[in-house]
Design a protein. Structure first.
Length: 193
């Protein structure tokens, strides 16, 4: 099985009631061998309309941050979510939705085999690392997911709600650029790091 096969299966998924309210299944986006995998929570309204991850306001901010790091969706990052379908009204994913959808993400992680993982916000952190984790406590600290350096950061929507979080979050992304130079490309260029 390769990533294309899995993503085709995900597109046809009818394992939970979100299949009734969705317009699109958002499988993810990026190169199959991306060195970095970014994991968000769930698609929002804009993503559900367009069928692509992180294209709304949060996504625009994420793209700006990635650009400042010298990263882009074509070469460096694969962006996916814990849930592949939008929860109505953008509510928080239900535990049973996460349980049903998580195996898709696990397959994507196995196939992409990223060197570095970025967890955007509490849902991604709790789902991958543990329910007891708190984003406010561990953001900016390297954690370990299946032997890979894993960096939890505030979700871009949190930065939009509270711009004071932008400065500490930039420090977290700088650590990711340093780690990328250490593990993937020592000559990686970033205008700001
Ligand atoms: N927020 C997320 O967590 N994921 C998206 O794809 C869009 C917004």
């Amino acid at each position: 099985m390769n990533l294309k096969d899995i993503n085709k299966e995900i597109l046809e998924c009818r394992k939970c009631p979100l299949e009734k309210t969705r317009n699109h299944v958002i499988v993810g986006e990026g190169p199959e061998d991306a060195p970095i995998m970014i994991i968000g929570e769930a698609p929002g309204r804009d993503e559900d309309f367009q069928g692509r991850p992180f294209v709304g306001k949060s996504g625009q901010l994420l793209d700006k941050i990635l650009d400042a790091c010298g990263f882009n969706r074509k070469e460096h990052v694969y962006i996916s979510n814990i849930l592949k379908c939008r929860p109505p009204g953008n509510r928080t994913p239900k535990p049973e939705e996460i349980t049903v959808c998580k195996p898709w993400l696990m397959k994507q992680l196995e196939l992409i085999d990223p060197k570095i993982i970025i967890l955007l916000g509490a849902t991604a952190l709790k789902t991958l690392v543990g329910e007891e984790q708190r984003i406010t406590r561990v953001r900016g600290e390297w954690l370990n997911w299946s032997g890979r350096p894993t960096m939890p950061v505030f979700h871009p929507s949190a930065l939009l709600r509270n711009p004071e979080l932008k400065r500490p979050t930039w420090e977290d992304y700088k650590k990711i650029v340093f780690k990328y130079r250490e593990l993937v490309d020592s000559s990686h260029y970033s205008a700001h790091v």
